[in-house]
Design a protein around this ligand. Structure first.
Ligand code: HSE
Length: 403
């Protein structure tokens, strides 16, 4: 039996205790059992089955030589960083769901873990319960991953699914999502693409074997999308999704988050509601797809417990986690080539030749709104070149990148 502590008894932390309790027999069979000795939280939890394990001082946990694994489910990069570092320096393995901390300090914490013969694992930080990290690090170890494209944020996928299904305005659906607890009171990180940006930065770090920073990931959110955009998407048989993308073009690596139009032939287009879906293209296997609950109490906690079990089975050793402190570079998205869909003012019959003269051949979509039409480019164009071409066109209402 391995003694563990949970830092933060919120949604995920309490889920960790529940998963360990519910699946106690299999946890024992597979990893010798986990015993929750301490729960660190500022609050008391009267009536909770674990109320007697609650402590308010991290030093109590650190001073107990029986603690071998810590599940950090606090979030943030302040106290969570301090506590994780202190634990690893004492040879206590840390398992986390904290993407912000992993993206900022994961490489450093992994080095500290190695230096102290313990592990820093973070399966729950990307894709919640979907085993993505271990898949990339272990399952695809023989593969050169060339592209990752996915829906890595459940909140925005819920909003976009509703906008597509009901023709509703963004603000209306956001308010509804907040009412049902699917979106935070301050939804900025989700709707501006920052959450997905941190996640794709972590995945890009694993794939490149270098530290890719979220600050270098281009992010664009979903706030400007309108019901008319969805009406066009429907007319051309496509979906609009917030896509986190890592891609290699030539010898350049790109990572970005933005709304994209996706054709029905892509399984990503079928990912609905709060679910996540990630497509990985690698050089031998080709495409593989990973789908499931990217958030939520039990799903996320399950991934944390899976990591804790792996740590319990490897006390005194370091489990390779794929992170490195070597700095990695991303190319500016200005040189990334892709197709675009545009909305333009005027009449398609009058403007088709002019638009094709500037952007090359494309498909015209119309009958959605009066005095405007849509234009779907046939061929890819580098972003900087596309932006320059836009300057030459009058009456551009907006554009959406195409996957
Ligand atoms: N806000 C995130 C989401 C939670 O909606 O996917 C999981 O990181």
């Amino acid at each position: 039996m391995t003694n563990i502590a949970i830092l933060g008894y919120g949604t995920v932390g309490s889920g960790v205790a529940e998963v360990i309790g519910t699946n106690a027999k299999l946890v024992e069979k597979r990893a010798g059992g986990l015993y929750v000795k301490y729960i660190l939280d500022l609050r008391e939890f009267p009536g909770d089955p674990y109320e007697d394990r609650v402590v308010h001082d991290f030093d109590v946990i650190l001073a107990d030589p029986e603690i071998k694994v810590i599940c950090e489910t606090m979030g943030g990069a302040g106290a969570a960083y301090k506590f994780s570092k202190a634990a690893l320096e004492k040879g206590i393995s840390v398992c986390t769901s904290n993407k912000e901390l992993v993206e900022l300090h994961g490489a450093e914490l992994s080095r500290i873990a190695k230096e102290h013969n313990c592990s820093y694992l973070f399966e729950a930080s990307v894709g919640g319960g979907i085993p993505l990290i271990r898949t990339i690090v272990e399952g695809l170890a023989a593969e050169k991953v060339e592209r990752i494209c996915g829906i890595l944020n459940g909140t925005t996928n819920f909003i976009l699914t509703k906008m597509a299904g009901e023709g509703a305005e963004f603000a209306t659906v956001l308010a509804e999502a907040q009412e049902h607890g699917y979106a935070e009171k301050d939804p900025t990180a989700d709707i501006e693409g920052h959450d997905a940006g941190r996640k794709i930065a972590i995945l890009a770090s694993l794939v490149t074997g270098k530290k890719i920073s979220f600050n270098d990931v281009y992010t664009e959110g979903i706030t400007k999308l309108t019901p008319v955009d969805f009406a066009y998407a429907k007319a051309i048989g496509m979906q609009i999704k917030l896509i986190a993308l890592y891609d290699e073009q030539g010898d350049k690596h790109y990572a970005m988050v933005s709304p994209r139009l996706i054709g029905a032939e892509s399984p990503i287009s079928c990912v609905q509601g709060v679910f996540n879906g990630v497509m990985i293209h690698s050089n031998m296997l080709d495409d593989s797809m990973y789908y499931g609950r990217g958030a939520g109490r039990k799903a996320t906690a399950s991934a944390v417990v899976g990591d804790a079990m792996a740590c319990a089975a490897s006390i005194g050793e370091t489990i390779e986690n794929g992170l490195s402190e070597e700095t990695g570079d991303l190319a500016n998205i200005g040189t990334y080539a892709q197709r675009y869909f545009l909305r333009l003012k005027g009449s398609k019959s009058v403007r088709k030749a002019e638009v094709e003269n500037v952007l090359g051949k494309g498909h015209i979509v119309f009958d959605i709104e009066k005095d405007e039409f849509g234009f779907l480019m046939d061929n890819a164009m580098e972003e900087t070149q596309f932006m320059a071409k836009l300057e030459k066109l009058q009456g551009v209402i907006g554009y959406i990148r195409v996957l």
